[in-house]
Design a protein. Structure first.
Ligand SMILES: Cc1ncc(COP(=O)(O)O)c(C=O)c1O
Length: 401
């Protein structure tokens, strides 16, 4: 198929729900992507925080290749080694007793929500309400869209799943007041609101969320779908905040590009799921598990995490240099999940478009924030080249706007 045919078919035969760039990608290597016209791009989006090892990582490819020759899928009615390996990797030394494997971030959050309700159901208490934050993002299923504290994702699909209360992010008092409700069964938060423009929780906020939920015996769920798997320089970004939640959800980076999600829980809460309480046909699929094991074996070390943080700090330093443009704000984020807010006089989407012309893939999230989530193997040279190109692009805006 040529470029025009591909575009024509996708635009007219797929649901028209995505705003796609008019570029058709064919191949990737390291942090570079190539399109049908042979153009090269350095990827600072990583498939939206997914391709943590870049493209063509030898160990990841080998793990998937060799597993698909052996056993591509088997049902959860049998035991299987790759799943056991992944469960071990996710629970050993993490403080979580059990992991439920699924296929996406939304499914991981659905599992967390069901687990928290089941926990109180088993206690014979009718607690069912969740507190989530305004501007959060937790997925696109009906319940996770409801959990998402942004009406645009849920309003057209009413009636929604009952039982969600929204509080302003980073507002301890509001959380405290919402927790006075006796029917609250869990608090669900991100450490950094990625989709809303890389907005980090303050340390005080997450500490207070942990303390308040602990005092009331209510599970704290941390959604690490975007921030987990070393994106922020730790397996779980909550480790940077010195807290330990009861439930955590992962997806995106976990399979390094292969779809997989996971919901992990501490023993006390995990025990609420008994045989038949939850399930998934593809969850824990051997191919996906082999991919995730290959990812974790390469990224899950202190040295790798420290390197991610070092590169993230280097990146933020270079972005700070762009504050010479009055419309560029202070860079924020942790590790290699970084946002550069722009004031509204410059359209971040246009900046991202122009960056494609310079050979760099970046993205605009939230109200107007440039978001960077490159493969974790990105080099300092590539970071410098991107920030230099961004400087050139922003200078055009400062002349014309
Ligand atoms: C924090 C967070 N939670 C959940 C999701 C949903 O994940 P998925 O698209 O894999 O269902 C996302 C996706 O962007 C996310 O960023």
């Amino acid at each position: 198929m040529d470029f025009d045919e591909i575009v024509q078919i996708q635009d007219n035969r797929g649901f028209d729900v995505f705003s796609r760039n008019r570029i058709c990608l064919t191949y990737g290597e390291g942090c570079k992507l190539y399109d049908t016209e042979g153009r090269q791009y350095i990827d600072f989006m990583g498939g939206i925080a997914v391709n943590c090892l870049g493209y063509g990582n030898a160990k990841l490819v080998e793990a998937i290749e060799s597993q698909c020759r052996k056993l591509m899928h088997c049902s959860n009615l049998f035991y299987e080694e790759q799943q056991a390996r992944l469960l071990k990797a996710l629970t050993e030394g993490t403080g979580f007793a059990r992991a439920f494997l699924c296929n996406s971030g939304a499914e991981a959050n659905e599992a967390a929500i069901k687990l928290a309700r089941k926990y109180y159901h088993d206690k014979g208490q009718g607690k069912y309400r969740f507190i989530t934050a305004l501007n959060s993002f937790h997925g696109r299923t009906l319940t996770t869209a409801t959990a998402t504290g942004q009406e645009k994702y849920s309003k057209p699909y009413a009636p929604l799943t009952p039982g969600f209360i929204y509080v302003p992010f980073n507002d301890i008092k509001a959380l405290e007041e919402a927790l006075l409700d006796d029917e609250v069964c869990a608090v669900m938060l991100e450490t950094i609101q990625g989709e809303s423009g890389v907005i980090p929780a303050t340390k005080e906020y997450l500490e207070a969320a942990r303390k308040l939920t602990e005092e009331r015996g209510i599970p704290l769920i941390i959604d690490e779908v975007q921030t987990g798997v070393m994106r922020c320089g730790r397996l779980f970004s909550f480790q940077l905040y010195g807290i330990m939640p009861d439930i955590v959800t992962l997806a995106k980076g976990l399979g390094g590009g292969f779809p997989i999600g996971a919901m992990l829980a501490v023993e006390k809460v995990a025990d609420a799921f008994k045989k038949g309480d939850h399930g998934s046909t593809f969850g824990g699929n051997p191919l996906a598990c082999a991919a995730a094991v290959a990812v974790l074996s390469q990224v899950n070390s202190v040295a790798f995490g420290d390197e991610v943080r070092r590169k993230g700090d280097f990146f933020k330093e270079l972005l700070k240099g762009l504050s010479k443009y009055p419309f560029a704000g202070e860079p924020r984020g942790e590790g290699l999940l970084i946002g550069l807010p722009l004031s509204l006089e410059v359209d971040g989407k246009k900046v991202a478009e122009k960056m494609l012309g310079e050979g760099f893939i970046i993205n605009c999230a939230g109200s107007n924030t440039l978001r960077f989530a490159p493969p974790l193997i990105i080099s300092e040279g590539e970071i410098s080249a991107m920030t230099a190109a961004l400087d050139r692009v922003l200078s055009q805006f400062s002349k014309t706007e």
